[in-house]
Design a protein around this ligand. Sequence first.
Ligand code: PLP
Length: 401
Amino acid sequence: MAFKPANNIQDLQYFGEFGGVNPSISDSSTYTFLSAKTMFDTFEGNADGCYLYSRHSSPSNLYLGEALAAMEGTETANVTASGMGAITPVILQLCSTGDHIISSRTIYGGTYAFLKNFTPRLGISTSFIDITKLDIVEAAIKENTKIIFCESVSNPLLEVADLKGLAKLAKKHDLKLVVDNTFSPLSISPIQLGAEIVIHSLTKFINGSSDTVGGVVCGTQKFIDDLRNVNDGACMLLGSTMDSFRAASILKNLRTLHIRMQQHSKNGLFLAEKFEADGLKTVYPGLQSHPSHKLFKSMMNPQYGFGGMLTIDVGTSHKANELMELMQKKNLGYLAVSLGFYKTLFSAPGSSTSSEIPEEEQKEMGLSEGLIRFSIGLDADIERTYQTMKTCMVELNILKP
Ligand SMILES: *Cc1c(COP(=O)(O)O)cnc(C)c1O
């Protein structure tokens, strides 16, 4: 039977402490023990179901982790204070001085900066490669390579990773395939395609209300236990722990993710098709013209569509800025970074979310200055949105009337 991520979330049953339909929020940083022996066993990691201290785990965080693990089909998960607070401990848990990482060159700016500028201080090196070419990936593997890191759908260029192919390579060379699935929750299930660890920034689609940052690592019980180990666990020791109140509110938002993703995707596809027909240079995985359209189709859970992210290229950064300011003025959305909000968000990645990437490298990977990244909102009337957007583009001579 096909993997049904939304059913897996739906089927979880919660009985709060007092019979509430939502679990109670755990409002404690520390926990009592009836016997000193149990406290010792808990510190040794041998007392299941006992809580120690909330940097390690807390009931609210475990509930959210359980739901996200069910969504991704992993044994368990650990939630973190931000997406970067999930990515950095995973990398530091898996790599030591002298190790090497293969990473897609089109990744989130923060992840890029961490691998490019921070991990070399610890003697960990990274090769940034074109992840869409499996032969290039394999050629980059060295004796000391430990990880292949990529995003299912990359930020901001919307390149699609061949997760099955990468998983095969990882297996052959005994590497871990770590996938950041932030752009494609529900649509793509990386574990089903052979990935070993899946990460999300919960800040984006999963929480969906742009009111908090958050992250998660989904993986095997063994790996999550390693991350939480009191002696050498990167999550436990680096301390990027989510607060219980946030975990409870993100869990509630997660329950409508399937409906929101369907609407984001429906609106994304509608606008992408219109923009392309108007002659705009449009990138959206749901378009036939996208170089990895077929690949995406072969990997996706079809009912959630091709997602809410698209880019257009209007030529110059001046035009891009003019258009974004005008669209905001016409209340079509916000000139803001981030994604997954109910309103459309737009930004020019070259000067914002990808500004960590040097200009020279931006050019090489096809990140042009006139590129605008859209996170398409939940607009009920997307036809009206399109008409107003078109009016803005005509006014600025980007489109002919
Ligand atoms: C936003 C984002 C991150 C970082 O997440 P934060 O919650 O901001 O720390 C990582 N990867 C991708 C693809 C993102 O979009």
